[in-house]
Design a protein around this ligand. Structure first.
Ligand code: IPM
Ligand code: MN
Length: 370
């Protein structure tokens, strides 16, 4: 298959983690005889430095011509101290989501067996967790009319029926291929927009009788996600609730550096880790590239390259099993860098039948394992 991939590394740790995902995609292309081409473009603070805008026209046009977009991270603390600033790096990401109408953001939350002890939660609570969060991404309070003055400010949350319907169908279909349960998370006891979500999703649920459907208020869901995450299969929710819940869910997985996502529209698709730019870690080699690598696996799945995606995930699993991981997860070995993790997974894709001992020897050096 030929795929033209627009690469938007963005800010902070974005470039270094994206470089590992590209490495992995190149290894997959080589192994499976695909032709993947990569076209880089600027977004976020790095685009503002040269173009003064966070989403330059040139970037939009590179994305328009691509089959998929691979996104890194966005944000720079130098913009955080001026709340009245009208242009912020984050607008680059929001602009991409809006321009390409990427309305469905899919965020898997899986408690890996090998990482259960990395979570600050109890193992017996999180073991077996496997959740798919369907977060609406192109509407709601993020995109409603905004007003700001030093005396008064407002953000309007608008949802249209059609915007709820289109993601709801996708979420129910996803549930049909899993444990057949869907939980709508809203605040329908207070918010009008949530009442519309509940009305519309209640109706759509009738068309998916094989899916067990329930609803939960966001405040309660935030607690249930921590005390009993296994009760969830697919969570469907609006933009801001999905943002907050998915970051909370990273506590179950052990590190936010592991959470990948796919942002899908009818015509375009973008693949992005859920973490931010983590500017303090830039170029220190400590950023976890797995969220970016797993986002690349979601890209492969999106194009029906299931064996390829499975091999990437096997490589990730192997790296976790052998502790070839960055310091956010590693208590066994020092100095496993971002690049090293990428090298390991690349090597696994090229030699999946190699023994664990050989992998460990090659990637850690004899002296480290004695
Ligand atoms: C995310 C991020 C973004 C969001 C920010 C960077 C605008 O937190 O993808 O979860 O709020 O959606
Ligand atoms: Mn977020």
């Amino acid at each position: 298959m030929k795929l033209n991939i627009a690469v938007l590394p963005g800010d902070g740790i974005g470039p270094e983690v994206t470089a590992q995902a590209i490495k992995v995609l190149k290894a997959i292309a080589m192994e499976f005889n695909h032709v993947f081409t990569f076209n880089k473009a600027l977004v976020g603070a790095s685009a503002m430095d040269s173009f003064e805008v966070p989403l330059p026209e040139e970037t939009i046009s590179i994305c328009e011509q691509a089959d998929a977009i691979l996104f890194g991270a966005i944000g720079d603390p130098k913009y955080d101290n001026d709340p009245s600033a009208t242009v912020r790096p984050e607008q680059g990401l929001l602009g991409l989501r809006k321009t390409f109408d990427l309305y469905t953001n899919i965020r898997p939350v899986i408690a890996y067996e090998d990482l259960l002890n990395k979570s600050s939660l109890k193992i017996k609570q999180i073991k077996g967790t496997d959740i798919l969060i369907y977060r609406e991404l192109a509407s709601g309070i993020y995109f409603g009319e905004k007003h700001f003055s030093n005396e008064e400010a407002s953000d309007i949350c608008v949802y249209r029926r059609s915007e709820i319907e289109r993601i709801a169908h996708l979420a129910f279909k996803a549930a049909q291929g899993r444990k057949r349960k869907l939980t709508l998370v809203d605040k329908a006891n207070v918010l009008a927009s949530s009442k519309l979500w509940r009305t519309v999703v209640n109706e759509i649920a009738q068309q998916y009788q094989d899916v067990t459907y329930d609803c939960m208020y966001i405040d309660n869901a935030a607690m249930e996600l921590i005390i009993n995450p296994r009760q969830f299969d697919v969570i469907l929710t609006e933009n801001m609730f999905g943002d907050i819940l998915s970051e909370e869910a990273s506590v179950i997985v052990g590190s936010i550096g592991l959470l990948a996502s796919a942002s899908i529209g009818d015509k375009y698709a973008m693949f992005e880790p859920i973490h931010g730019a983590y500017t303090k870690a830039t170029n220190k080699g400590i950023a976890n590239p797995i969220a970016s690598i797993l986002s690349a696996a979601m890209l492969l799945d999106h194009f029906g390259l299931y064996d390829e995606a499975a091999l990437v995930r096997e490589g990730v699993d192997k790296s976790l099993k052998l502790h070839i991981t960055t310091p956010d997860l590693n208590t066994k070995y020092d100095n496993i860098s971002t690049t090293k993790v990428g090298d390991f997974i690349e090597d696994f894709i090229n030699n999946p039948d190699e023994t664990n001992l050989n992998f460990t020897n090659i990637h850690l050096g004899q002296s480290t394992i004695i």
